[in-house]
Write a protein that binds this ligand. Structure first.
Ligand code: AMP
Ligand code: MG
Length: 450
């Protein structure tokens, strides 16, 4: 409905054929996009959609423009040694997690459909194959700019930039140097996005520059997962052995990615504003931190129930995170439990700590701070429950749903999907989905969605 697609008169079989690439919509000319990118810090000059086909663009009834892409649809010129396919498990993981992110209000690509192909996909063992239909603001990546800069020079980068500006940041076109204004807009969008990830405990897992969207959406869900117990050094991905993409590193990595974008844009910036404008890129990269904290701190204030702002609030939030880390508190449940705690019942909050590690002292400071804040207890409860989710795509629940789907039973997948699409309102029948990870799941490991 949002895309304005009308499926009346289209049978399930026809729909499955269209959404798996077995049949093409009228007029579609599918393409695979080329890009480059820094993967775990190393530049790779030639990447591209190795298992995805862009079917085309759709202009929705509200005039927003979307890319429709099939992922897992077979080999392309960029497949290298790969088979171009996707297994059902990773397809369903992307479906669940991207829709959970959307329900949390976080910019993300979305999942329109998952179709089983009936083929086996070999990943050490045979797994059921599937295709995901992904809907994105666009698939232009930081790595797309790197590709143009590395292979085609400043004029091509200007052409790509003009396209990206028209599509995502039209206001930049009116600036004295549009490419500088464009860069600043992308930096701000990335800072806003990563701040939101950090507020819900999301770990992307592979923040390579080819997985970094110019539009500022979360893209390329692979070994992603949400934190259970809070620890800044949490890594889930089996391939991230150095912890480059650990939870706490994500803002620094996003800044690093913006530095790579600045390098790719430097020639275009120079063509308009010379050395003087190129010299402005450095401070703009440094400005990532200001943008980031301008989104992160107000969001964290809201999470701990503050409507107003005081200088000490940053420290108060950092002290809480420190206590949570030392006491191994569940990230999602702790923030959720603070609404009861501010109303006088801190039993649930205290029970989340293995040892209190200063959380008791923090509660005292927090109550003192709350006393100086304008909202009533009831207003604050409502405000906090609207920003602190109760239900996230918990790792053990995701695994359960995917294992079951691999065995042919989709019921747990659909139940979990419904839960994560409604993250804020408590329902008694969903109590099971709000439980912390069972003991022994601390060492959760995710694998790339290949
Ligand atoms: P990712 O880290 O999942 O974003 O993938 C990195 C790169 O590997 C992308 O360029 C993908 O298109 C490519 N790739 C991943 N899986 C496959 C596959 N099964 N066949 C071909 N290419 C793949
Ligand atoms: Mg990718």
């Amino acid at each position: 409905a949002e895309l304005g697609l009308d499926r009346s008169g289209v049978s399930d079989a026809e729909l499955a054929a269209l959404l798996s690439g077995a049949a093409l919509p009228d007029g579609a000319q599918p393409i695979a996009l080329t890009y480059a990118g820094h993967q775990f810090g190393q530049f790779n000059p030639q990447l591209g959609d190795g298992r995805a086909h862009l079917l085309g663009e759709i202009v929705a009834p509200d005039a927003r423009r979307f890319d429709i892409q099939l992922k897992g649809s077979g080999r392309t010129p960029y497949s290298r040694g790969g088979d171009g396919k996707a297994a059902l498990g990773p397809v369903l993981r992307e479906y669940l997690v991207s829709e959970a992110m959307h329900a949390l209000g976080i910019p993300t690509t979305r999942s329109l459909a998952a179709v089983k192909t009936g083929d086996g996909v070999f990943r050490e063992v045979f797994l059921p194959g599937a295709v995901l239909t992904r809907v994105a603001a666009s698939h232009i990546r930081v790595g797309t700019f790197a590709y143009f800069a590395a292979h085609h020079g400043a004029d091509a980068v200007r052409q790509l930039s003009d396209h990206a500006i028209a599509r995502h940041y039209p206001a930049a076109a009116d600036a004295t140097n549009p490419y500088l204004a464009f860069f600043e807009a992308v930096v701000e969008a990335q800072a806003a996005l990563i701040a939101r990830w950090m507020q819900v405990g999301f770990v992307h897992g592979v923040m390579n520059t080819d997985n970094c969207s110019i539009a500022g959406e979360t893209i390329d869900y692979g070994p992603c997962a949400f934190l259970d117990r809070y620890a800044a050094d949490t890594v889930f991905s089996s391939i991230d052995r150095q912890g480059r993409y650990a939870f706490g590193n994500q803002p620094g990595i996003a800044r690093w990615n913006m530095h790579r974008l600045a390098e790719a844009l430097a020639g275009a910036v120079h063509a308009i504003g010379g050395d003087e404008d190129v010299a402005k890129l450095g401070p703009m990269i440094d400005g990532f931190a200001d943008h980031y904290f301008a989104y992160w701190l107000p969001g964290m204030r809201a999470k701990i129930g503050l409507a107003g702002a005081e200088d000490g609030d940053m420290q108060l939030v950092l002290d809480l995170l420190k206590a949570m880390e030392a006491g191994k508190a569940d990230f999602t449940l702790l923030f959720r439990s603070l609404s009861q705690a501010q109303a006088g019942d801190d039993t649930a909050a205290l029970a989340l700590f293995e040892d209190l590690s200063g959380f008791d002292l923090w509660l005292v400071q927090w109550h003192e701070r709350l006393a100086r804040d304008p909202q009533s207890t009831a207003e604050r409860t409502a405000a906090m429950e609207a920003v602190n989710p109760l239900y996230i795509a918990r790792n053990h629940k995701v695994e359960e749903a995917l294992a079951s789907a691999n065995g042919g039973n989709y019921a747990p997948f659909f139940s979990l999907l419904e839960v994560v699409q409604n993250p804020y309102i408590e329902r008694v029948e969903w109590a099971n989905y709000a439980l912390p990870a069972p003991d022994g799941t601390d060492e959760y490991v995710t694998f790339c969605g290949t």
